[in-house]
Design a protein around this ligand. Structure first.
Ligand code: BV8
Ligand code: ZN
Length: 255
């Protein structure tokens, strides 16, 4: 059962000039996309070392391409949920709103969020490891499962445009995320276990710079203790109610 958020959170959001939000796989769970570390999550079936890194990819490109083809397919079949939609609505209520996502499923973008910082890339894009050329969306799915998807330009291997473990995050994305965290009046961490860095360090950057930091999650994350507020519950249930309360507060000052 969702626990209520505080009047402070509503007031802070209603008065905020600048809001930054960090999302993780939990916000897509209600769309039917498995998370990574929850029971039954993606890492239960595969170990990250096996699939989400360059060595695994080069050792077994058909397996890793197949895993991303599958996840691309799942993401395309699912739809954004009320949590994604609520963040689209929040963006219209705040002068400077930045949505920083660790998710690669493209659901925030499909929901209509405008200012999305893709910290870990986007599974709908793939590029050639040899010439760097980006391929069309469906390119990662070769005709048959046995062959590798190759670049139309130079026949090099195609890889998903996602950040693997041990790879640097896209510098412009990380810079935009850190800037948004530093300037935020309110920072929300939603649906992330907060174990993957440097993404998980962003709420601390915001807090140090004076932001009110809150997390929305069905269970306390690794950084829950450092939050000003922890709202327990599903993001798809909590966010629409929270945004409605902020909208009312902005219109007539009443809760
Ligand atoms: C890097 C790829 C520099 C795409 C992923 C300290 C500083 C810097 C780096 C490190 C460091 N310590 C260790 C490192 C290395 C590493 C790291 O952080 N390791 C961890 C695991 C210890 N970091 C890196 O390698 C990063 N690169 O730092 O570069 C560098 C360079 C060279 C050498 C060394 C360092 C790269 C990190 C990116 C890795 N790529 N994915 C893909 O295949 O998807 S990580 C993977 O985890 C996903 O991207 C995902 O986004 C991310 C975080 O997971 P979550 O989104 O939080 O999902 P999770 O399942 O864990 O949690 C779901 C949450 O939702 C839960 O809390 C659950 O309670 C909640 N929930 C569920 N349902 C709901 C809900 N909440 C609300 N409502 C619901 N309905
Ligand atoms: Zn190429």
């Amino acid at each position: 059962m969702a626990s209520a958020f505080s009047h402070t959170l509503v007031d802070r959001l209603a008065q905020a000039e600048s809001v930054a939000v960090l999302t993780g796989a939990g916000i897509s769970a209600e769309s039917g996309i498995p998370t990574f570390r929850d029971p039954g999550g993606l890492w239960q079936k595969f170990r990250p070392e096996e699939l989400a890194n360059v060595e695994a990819f080069l050792a077994n490109p058909v397996l890793v391409q197949g895993w991303y083809q599958h996840r691309q397919q799942v993401a395309l079949e699912k739809a954004p949920n009320a949590g994604h939609d609520a963040l689209v609505a929040m963006e219209t209520l705040v002068a400077h709103f930045t949505l920083i996502t660790q998710n690669v499923d493209n659901l925030h973008q499909r929901a209509g969020s405008q200012n999305v910082v893709e910290l870990h890339g986007n599974i709908m894009r793939s590029y050639c490891v040899e010439c760097g050329r980006f391929a069309s969306e469906a390119a990662l799915r070769p005709a048959s499962q046995e062959i590798t998807a190759q670049c139309a330009n130079c026949a090099g291997l195609l890889r998903p445009d996602v950040v693997w473990f041990g790879e640097w995050l896209p510098p412009d994305a990380l810079e935009a995320a850190e800037k948004a965290a530093q300037q935020a009046d309110v920072f929300l961490s939603i649906g992330t276990s907060a174990v993957v860095y440097p993404a998980a360090g962003l709420p601390q950057v915001a807090k140090k710079a004076g932001a009110y930091v809150a997390e929305i999650n069905i269970a306390p994350s690794a950084i829950a203790a450092s939050m000003h507020e922890v709202v327990q519950g599903k993001s798809g249930e909590i966010l629409p109610i929270l945004i409605e309360a902020v909208r009312r507060k902005k219109i007539n000052g009443a809760l």
